[in-house]
Design a protein around this ligand. Structure first.
Ligand SMILES: [Zn+2]
Length: 417
């Protein structure tokens, strides 16, 4: 799932009917073998998750496939014409596998256009507490660029949703290690990393500095900001679109002084569309700001996304029923530390993910995943075992998580380790 071209991906399935076709078609489709002997689970709404003995999962939905695409069988790679054309989005969500920290955060997307040859990678957030988290992030990027020398160690953009250390502490290391073309952030000075970055920008003007505020989002109109400054992707065929849906807050009805003093509420909201596939990040935004976000985009579907990164590490203040009404996720990813870690800035210390959030997600997500032994919190320092069988992935129990999407709305999940 990591490499291009997409022929290296395992097949995609789109409903039970296609599973039958794929099954009948034998082992031509996938490097991992045929569907024979593997389990298919059909969810309430035609959602299919197909299990391997390996840690590779496929999650698809008929709803995301347009009528124009209905005759395609993207997974049948014996017919090259049936695969989505030219462009593939791989979005990588790879935080914390080894640190003693909260478990934040590398969201890494790379985009490749086989027709034009244009290739780009972007990074959303670069945080974590401690040297282990930093090493994990840099190590991941080093390994990725080693496999992809054609990308020349270049990140077309680094987005920092907000300036807490669990989101930006590795930013200096990233900037020093790789070429960064754009730095997109909310412009709120907060600690040594933003100070370091401001100095670096003055020394290295080649990095474009883009500040996203609520004023700029509102000025952009009802569909948020999606211009060449915040979206460096320009692929022929299916062009991935990056859109910023919220920025640094200003005083408005609905936000108290305390809300405005809470840095989490100033998180950028980022949406990425690739054909029929979509991803949404709300950073660590909390309930009052989430209410404003949901209200702003009521009616235009801009929060409706296939993959939702659960806000604020699965905290009970980072996901709300109105937000999930708008998002209607197929799959959720929670960025959270491991259960065995202790200390104040850990999943244990914060009590992440909270049972309330998991219950909300399980109430909305019908797609299945291979059952995994996870944990949930009923409060700070109160973690409990539970088994997760819905398409809810968390770094705390899955380690690195790679979600791959194609232009037809098919999703696949790989858990590399
Ligand atoms: Zn955070």
């Amino acid at each position: 799932m990591i490499e291009f071209p997409p022929a290296s991906l395992p097949y995609w399935a789109r409903g039970a009917k296609d599973l039958e076709k794929l099954n009948a078609s034998g082992s031509h489709a996938a490097p991992h073998g045929s569907l024979a002997g593997k389990q298919a689970v059909v969810g309430d709404h035609g959602v299919v998750a197909e299990h391997h003995a390996s840690r590779n999962h496929r999650i698809t939905t008929d709803a995301a496939v347009s009528p124009d695409n209905a005759t395609h069988q993207p997974g049948v790679v014996s017919n090259g014409n049936t695969r989505p054309q030219n462009t593939t989005l791989n979005d990588r969500i790879v935080p914390d596998a080894a640190s003693l920290t909260q478990g934040r955060r590398l969201n890494f997307g790379h985009f490749s256009n086989h027709h034009t040859g244009s290739k780009l990678a972007v990074l959303i957030d670069a945080g974590g507490y401690g040297t282990a988290a930093d090493s994990h992030l840099i190590g991941y990027l080093e390994a990725f660029f080693a496999r992809r020398p054609d990308l020349h160690r270049r990140l077309a953009a680094v987005y920092i949703t907000h300036s807490h250390l669990d989101h930006n502490t590795s930013l200096p290391h990233v900037v020093q290690s790789f070429q960064v073309d754009r730095y997109v952030e909310t412009g709120r000075p907060n600690g040594e990393v933003t100070t370091w970055m401001d100095h670096r920008l003055s020394q290295t003007p080649v990095i474009q500095h883009i500040v996203v505020t609520e004023a700029s989002v509102e000025k952009a109109g009802p569909r948020g900001i999606s211009n060449a400054r915040v979206d460096p992707l320009a692929c022929a065929g299916v062009n991935p679109r990056i859109r910023i849906l919220s920025g640094a807050r200003v005083p408005v009805p609905g936000l108290t002084k305390t809300d405005l003093e809470t840095e989490n509420n100033h998180s950028m909201t980022i949406r990425i569309d690739y054909g029929a596939s979509s991803f949404l990040w709300t950073g660590d935004m909390e309930k009052p700001a989430l209410a404003l976000l949901a209200a702003r985009y009521t009616g235009n579907k801009l929060l409706d996304a296939d993959v939702y990164e659960a806000g604020h590490h699965g905290s009970d203040n980072g996901t709300t029923p109105p937000l999930l009404d708008a998002v209607t996720p197929i799959l959720a990813v929670i960025s959270v530390g491991h259960r065995g870690n202790s200390g104040s800035k850990t999943a244990y210390g914060y009590g992440h993910p909270r049972i309330e959030t998991l219950q909300l997600l399980e109430g909305r997500i019908t797609a299945a995943r291979p059952t995994v032994h996870g944990f949930m919190a009923t409060g700070k320092k109160q973690l409990h075992d539970f088994d997760e069988s819905r398409a809810i992935y968390a770094t705390g129990w899955d380690g690195d998580i790679v979600v791959t999407a194609d232009a037809f709305g098919h999703l696949a999940v790989e858990l590399p380790h």
